[in-house]
Structure formats: C-alpha cells, structure tokens
Design a binder for this molecule. Structure first.
Ligand SMILES: Nc1ncnc2c1ncn2[C@@H]1O[C@H](COP(=O)(O)OP(=O)(O)OP(=O)(O)O)[C@@H](O)[C@H]1O
Length: 299
C-alpha cells in the first residue's frame, strides 16, 4: 500500500498555490491523475520519485518510509523503488536498446532481467538498434522496459503516450495493460486523455489547483452525460457490451465519455478504437429543473 500525505507551496502563473494531497493507493492498482494543466499532477509524481521535496508530509510504500518531514527521512531517488516513464523517451542516444536497459541495472545486479524484459516486451529485433533507428512508439516501449529493469514497487507514467499518433497510442495502451496484468505493479498514470484512462485505470483522481476534487472509477468521474445533447458528434468507441437485444457503446467524445445504445446493425463492424459519428435524428432535449441555491428542487 502507498500512503501519500504531501504539502508543497507552488508558484503558478496565477500566484501561489498550495498543493495538498492525502490518499492511499492499494498494491497492484492502476490509477490515473487527471486534471487541468497546472493542477500539480507532475509535481506529485516527482515528489514520490524523490525528484522534488515536499514542504511537509509522508510517503510510505509497503511500510517503508521514503519521506517523512517530521522524522527528517528523505530517501534519494535511487533508493526509492520506482520506474519512471516521461513523455519524452529520455533514452541514451549513443546506446543500443539492450545497452540502455543494461545501464539501468544496479551494480552487481543479475543482468538476466534485461533479457527477460527484451523477450516479454517484444524488443528482441530492436535490441541492437540505437534510439534514432526506432519509431516514437518503439522508443517508448524501450522506455517502459527500462523503467521495469530494477523491479520497481511503483511505476510512474507521466503522459507517456501523448507524443504518439492515435494508432500507436492504442497499441501501447494495450501493451501497458498487458504489462500491468503480468507484473501486477502499482501504477500511477498522469494523463489528459479520458479514453486512455478509461482503458487502463481502475480509478481516477481528478486534481484541481493542487487538491483532489474527485476520486472514482473512470465511469463515475467521466460519464456525466447520459443523454445526447447535440445533433452530431464524433467519438471513439471504448467498450461494446451486449445489453438485452441491443448493445451499449461507451464512447469518448472530446473530454467526455458517454454511453449510447446501438442496434445489431449499427454495431456491425465496430470495434474498440473505431471512430464513429453519432447523429441524433430528432433534437428532443430532456429538461430537468435546476437546483435552487439551497440545493433542493423548486416545487
Ligand atoms: N518546484 C516548484 N516550485 C514552485 N512551483 C512549481 C514547482 N514545480 C512546479 N511548480 C508549479 O506548480 C504548478 C503545477 O505544475 P505541474 O507540472 O505539477 O502541473 P500539471 O498538473 O502536471 O500540469 P500539466 O498537465 O500541464 O503537465 C505549475 O504552475 C508549476 O509552474
């Protein structure tokens, strides 16, 4: 279990911002930090990694204290068992894939893990190539493998797929899901992409101005809109579930996730990742009375 209690004064463009986060994350969970730019998501990851020092608080991982401001404990990054993957792949350009992975080994550590990872992450054909000879997606797969070399307790992913195109993102999302299943590693993902979070994560923390404003499953946090309110929009299919005689599609539309019904014929040819256009044949809005200032419906 990971216990986080973090406080830090940040300087945002709108002035001082008090970051204050308190939560626990169970072992093996895959959670997302989601929220507006500048909410403090990256700073939280950097504090967990030991790259940034909180003003106050505690970080305890499986009973081992990594940081405690009262007890003056502050383990250096190399002593914290984390794997970190950033948006830019940060591979050493002069080293091959295999050398990049070997370089991540700690002194005296058995290099067999490197071969295992090259196999499990499917890098065998790329092992002797330099990063400049790899696509962005391939480089990011190497970066993920490298993050796993030290058998971390915690994997931190800071928008790892945001520089990739749509098709490559989907592929790597599948791989990340597979890696998570295989290694059962507690993972924290920073992402701006609800569809990515929906695919990968069991829970989402929505951060706003340095605080956790909402925690829940991706459905609870993102599926606010159950009725279509516009004539036409384009979305990406995240899930297809049979539901009685029809199908329930979960679709990412912009930053929202909606659920819509589809007939057998409409569902034909659709798969996860398909882009679809949703058209409301007749504009028939449903109107609900707004809440009063007291929070009760008006009579
Ligand atoms: N060491 C620091 N000291 C003071 N302020 C900082 C420090 N690091 C970051 N900040 C500020 O804290 C705010 C939060 O930054 P952070 O990068 O954590 O946000 P974010 O939610 O990850 O944003 P984005 O989605 O754009 O990456 C920003 O306004 C940033 O300028």
């Amino acid at each position: 279990m990971i216990e986080l209690a973090l406080k830090k004064k940040l300087l945002s463009t709108e002035g001082e911002l008090e970051l204050s986060i308190k939560t626990t994350i169970e072992n093996g969970e895959f959670v997302a930090f989601f929220g507006e730019s500048g909410a403090g998501k990256t700073t939280v990851l950097r504090m967990i990694a030991g790259l940034e020092t909180p003003d106050a608080g505690r970080i305890v991982v499986d009973g081992e204290t990594w940081f405690d401001s009262r007890k003056k404990i502050d383990l250096p990054p190399a002593k914290r068992k984390i794997g970190f993957v950033f948006q830019d792949y940060a591979l050493f350009p002069n080293m091959t894939v295999a050398e990049n992975l070997r370089f991540a080994l700690q002194k005296g550590e058995n290099p067999v893990i490197v071969d295992e990872l090259i196999e499990t992450i499917g890098l065998r054909e790329l092992a002797d190539r330099l990063p400049s000879q790899l696509s962005g997606g391939q480089q990011q797969r190497v970066a993920v493998a490298r993050a796993l070399v030290r058998r971390p307790r915690l994997l931190l992913l800071d928008e790892p797929l945001s520089a990739l195109d749509h098709a490559m993102r989907i592929r790597l999302q599948d791989e990340l899901a597979e890696i998570h299943k295989r290694f059962k590693l507690t993972t924290i993902l920073v992402s701006h992409d609800p569809s990515e979070i929906f695919r990968l994560c069991g829970s989402v923390y929505r951060l706003e101005r340095g605080e956790i404003k909402e925690v829940g499953t991706p459905s609870e946090v993102f599926v606010k809109e159950r009725i279509s309110s516009s004539f036409k929009f384009v979305g990406e299919v995240l899930a297809i579930e049979p539901c009685e005689m029809v199908y329930l599609l979960t679709v990412a539309v912009g930053t929202q996730i909606v659920k819509i019904m589809a007939t057998e014929r409409e569902r034909e040819g659709l798969r996860i990742g398909s882009r679809i256009q949703i058209v409301s044949k007749a504009f028939h809005p449903m109107i609900f009375r707004a809440e009063t200032a007291k929070g009760n419906s008006e009579d």
